[in-house]
Design a protein. Structure first.
Length: 212
């Protein structure tokens, strides 16, 4: 269904590589796979079996930065690049992205959460209960707009709390070049149509589109 709607890439955990291989070999599938990785071994396995790209997932990279393991992050990038593959870095927190840039670590693409803070499950003054994925969107927008690499926005709907027409537009206008969107099968057609309508409209973004 995704292919029929024009989607050409699936982004998923590195453990999904077996499903993708079956899809490529048994269903003659043509969709690319970007591997969301918590380890270098997982990334190399995916690339060896046909993944188009790999990146360190947001939670893992957040932890590596907190622990000051920048050598491990840099080694991941260097090793994946030896496979002639694009390599990325993710982050739920903008501090993670900033720290990598400050250390001179530059991937081929970034993955960063992006959504506004005006939705039903996030109320001012109430305790955060795993319902906030981009804590400082304005700061995220300003910093990500200063980077030259393309970036993929994810958690754009705050785990289903924001309507697609609102979340997609916000993410594109924030500067994201691509969106990673979790969808049920019955949502694919509507979400693709909503996304295309937004792209064809007058998008108010200051960051030039960056696709390579």
């Amino acid at each position: 269904m995704g292919e029929a709607c024009g989607i050409n890439t699936y982004l998923g955990h590195h453990s999904h590589i077996g499903i993708m291989v079956d899809y490529w070999e048994k269903a003659d599938g043509g969709m690319n796979f970007i591997a969301d990785c918590s380890s270098l071994d997982g990334a190399l396995d995916c690339l060896d079996r046909g993944a188009a790209a790999a990146y360190i997932q947001g939670e893992t990279n957040d932890r590596l930065v907190r622990e000051g393991k920048f050598d491990e992050i840099a080694a991941f990038i260097e090793r994946v690049r030896k496979e002639d593959s694009p390599v990325g870095l993710g982050g739920h927190r903008i501090e993670t992205i900033k720290a990598c840039v400050e250390k001179g670590i530059e991937p081929d693409f970034w993955m960063k959460t992006i959504h506004h803070g005006n939705y039903w499950s996030r109320q001012a003054g109430e305790q955060e209960c795993d319902n906030v994925y981009c804590r400082r969107p304005e700061e995220t927008i300003a910093f990500m707009n200063s980077l030259k690499q393309p970036w993929i926005g994810f958690k754009t709907l705050a785990a289903g709390s924001i309507r697609p027409a609102d979340g997609f537009r916000y993410a594109f206008e924030a500067g994201a070049d691509f969106l990673c969107v979790g969808m049920y099968d019955f949502q694919v057609v509507d979400d693709v149509n909503i996304c295309m309508d937004i792209i064809r409209s007058d998008i108010k973004r200051t960051r030039p589109w960056c696709f390579t």
